[in-house]
Design a protein around this ligand. Sequence first.
Ligand code: ADP
Length: 475
Amino acid sequence: RHALGSLGKSRAKFISAEETTGVTFDDFAGQEYIKRELQEIVRILKNDEEFQDKGIYCPKGVLLHGPPGTGKTLLAKAIAGEAGLPFFAANGTDFVEMFVGVAASRVKDLFANARSYAPSIIFIDEIDAIGSKRGGPDIGGGGAEREQGLLQILTEMDGFKESTAQVLVIGATNRLDILDPALLRKGRFDKIIRVGLPSRDGRLAILKVHARNKFFRSDLERDSLLQEIADLAVDFTGAELQNILNEAGILTARKDKDFIEREELLEALKRQKGTFETGQEDSTTIPEDLKIRLAYREAAVAVVACYFPDPYRPFIQTDISTISSKPNMQYAEFSGKAFFRKSDYVNLIVKACTPRVIEEEMFGIENLSWISAKATSEASRHAEFLILQTGMTAFGKAYYRSLSDLVPNLAAKLESLRSEYIRFAVEKCSSVLYEYHSAVETITDVLLEKGWIKADEIWDIYRKAPRIPQKPVRP
Ligand code: ADP
């Protein structure tokens, strides 16, 4: 067995070597294709000779790039764990220090060490700190020093022969764009893998990994709760998803409860969001009259969303716990291509008008407030897009990037057409809200009572609500 505890002292300071990490690919969830790629590499690492007989060599370098917290370090450890190889971890910033010559000699030490334990794995996190483009702006100083370090990495990577001591170098960065192209050349980091934000299914899989050691009332309840969180946690990284479960566990313990329940998970989600969204307010601090306005706005948006269902991005739920100038309704993600017809664009304009229409109808035009202020500009924006960029309207078939492309008489034509669309949209929206007024009231009541409402319940109310015949709208 390797005696890794006895590494030179000066090195141990910045290189932590672990025999094997115990981490496996099972710990990484979502983005299955990444695992497949890396599993291949592990197979080659493990059966080095057999593959070499067939002329297949392991890549020397694998570069993982993507936003922080997406599991790059985890993947590097999993490769080491799966292959059962020692793992040498360093950070690009470790090499850039004040003393001349230190960077290069630290790189040398790192590789010498790894080679003496070969086959082994070197992981350099934030490799951009040392491997950024040469001759670029010298951010943070130490430019010449860094360059020496980078050159040394290149030398080391070019140095080891395929047949001898196999050392796999794994680099991680969230700034692929600033890396020195020399690093990416054949024979260096020739496998570049993007680790992106997880999809909805990826989020669910990650949540499941981190729920393994947590207590829920039943497996069934756990799965349905995790699905709900996966729906809501759009754009969250793996690290953030893990935090949600940890935080929920802490909240549960604080309340002396045995199981994590919906309440704790939602609270944890909100807290996690709070760390990168500003202007969030606690629902208890929202004044009552504003809450009523918010509830009407969300209810109206929900009803109009039912009336013009979006096949690509169904809505998921809404709430009145935060104040913003845009509706709180949350929609499912859609990653494919939408196929929009003209009527879909028109419906977008109608939907965008909703906050303004409902507020005016319920509270009067003199009483409009900021929570519907964005509706007007949103609706105008959609109308302008339809007119200028789709070629689907009476305006004509040419494409105009923006208003500034227009000659004056066309600008006047755009204006009149746009106000025609807005007039139509406002009337249409108003007559939908008239027809479904009872549904609006019921959803408003639910929101005021519970603070939130999910899609199922919205649809149920919408379908069952008594309707009043619409007044016809002039097209
Ligand atoms: P990065 O190196 O990309 O900044 P890390 O690997 O340090 O991200 O991620 C931090 C932690 O977040 C991991 O240790 C793991 O617990 C969790 N995590 C991130 N991505 C995933 C994922 N895809 N599956 C499971 N856990 C993940």
